[in-house]
Design a protein around this ligand. Structure first.
Ligand code: NAD
Ligand code: LMR
Length: 338
């Protein structure tokens, strides 16, 4: 027996256990976010099958990405009649489908078009892969996640532990900007960002940054840094001057979020991530982006936000009415029906 154990131990060093692999469906795969995200997901060790769905141009994207010499099998799906096949057996569905902002628009200005797109896609998820984890990128996230939850609930398949609004880009930006300010590698920086994903609902908790901001950073500089993180999406929209919003940094952020989900699904827990989820445990609001402990079944625990300084606490109170308004708008959209 001891000899067998020794042999197994040596064998496991020679051939380390392979990660579990999953089917990921990407809806909106031919878009500005979808294309680089397709590439990054094709590079993930956790993906066995990558289903690339869009209403346009997926044959070309799928052919292109499928030539990468990594493990995931890639298949393109085009148009509504192919959506069921794209979703069948999916473990994780990532949704960047929808229109992006142009200069002068708010994320909420996208509601009229994107609400219907997200609703339709979630109805298909409810029918064809009701137990998949669902990660929504399409804006306005503060409303599209409540829309998704209402649709799933009406179909009798809602599990709030598996439904996420992707706010990772806010965290990524906070890490990048704080790293720049401190002159350290952003990969060594952590900054909680909580709340929602629009303007003042994006709340970076700079008082909890690690490494901490030194006392030489003045209150005005802190305020400016907070505002830059809140307005970073608009910074990109303006720089792109009418050709779209953040796509490459978003694809990076979404790939990071997807990897966290797949690691958690694999049982490689505990995994901590930020996302906008249904939960009243934190701020007395039905949806809030919080630090989450993810496990095999999804959200295992919504973690506390931690201490806030005076400026953060004031922002926390100030965002609540706007966030609640966006949540209600999503809920009412589904209640109103087609
Ligand atoms: P894009 O216009 O470049 O791409 C969108 C893609 O969605 C297109 O390929 C389009 O054909 C596809 N599409 C439209 N309707 C569809 C449907 N019914 N089914 C499947 N696909 C459909 O836009 P983009 O730059 O990729 O941005 C997409 C969305 O992501 C926007 O709403 C944008 O505001 C949002 N976004 C969110 C974040 C975030 O942090 N959550 C960050 C950046 C962008
Ligand atoms: C972002 O934060 O970059 C996205 O939400 C896109 C946008 O419209 O700003």
């Amino acid at each position: 027996m001891a000899a067998l154990n020794r042999i197994q131990k040596i064998a496991s060093h020679l051939d380390p256990p392979k990660p579990n692999k999953f089917k990921v469906a990407l809806l909106g795969a031919a878009g500005g976010i979808g294309q680089p995200l397709s590439m990054l997901l094709k590079m993930s060790a956790y993906v066995s099958d990558l289903a690339l769905y869009d209403v346009a141009n997926t044959p070309g994207v799928a052919a292109d990405v499928s030539h990468m010499s990594t493990g995931a099998r890639v298949k393109g799906y085009l148009g509504a009649e192919q959506l069921p096949a794209a979703l069948a057996g999916a473990n994780l569905v990532v949704i960047p489908a929808g229109v992006p902002r142009k200069p002068g628009m708010t994320r909420d200005d996208l509601f009229n078009i994107n609400a219907g797109i997200v609703k339709g896609l979630i109805e298909a998820i409810a029918a064809h892969c009701p137990t998949a984890w669902v990660a929504i990128i399409s804006n306005p996230v503060n409303s599209t996640v409540p829309i998704a939850a209402e649709v799933l609930q009406r179909a009798g398949v809602l599990d709030p532990k598996r439904l996420f609004g992707v706010t990772t880009l806010d965290v990524v930006r906070a890490e990048a900007f704080v790293g720049e300010l401190l002159g350290v590698d952003p990969r060594d920086v952590s900054v909680p960002v909580v709340g929602g994903h629009a303007g003042i609902t994006i709340l970076p908790l700079l008082s909890q940054a690690r490494p901490p901001l030194p006392a030489s950073v003045s209150p005005e500089q802190r305020k400016a840094l907070m505002a830059r993180i809140q307005d970073a999406g608009t910074e990109v929209v303006q720089a792109k001057a009418g050709t779209g919003s953040a796509t490459l940094s978003m694809a990076y952020a979404a790939a990071r979020f997807a990897d966290s989900c797949l690691r958690a699904m694999s049982g490689e827990g505990p995994v901590t991530e930020y996302a906008y989820v249904r939960s009243e445990a934190v701020a007395g609001l039905p949806y809030f982006s919080s630090p989450l402990r993810l496990g095999k079944g999804g959200v295992e625990e919504v973690l506390p936000l931690g201490a806030m300084d005076e400026l953060e606490a004031a922002n926390f109170e100030a965002m609540k009415a706007e966030l609640m308004g966006s949540i209600n708008k999503g809920v009412e959209f589904v209640a109103k029906g087609p």
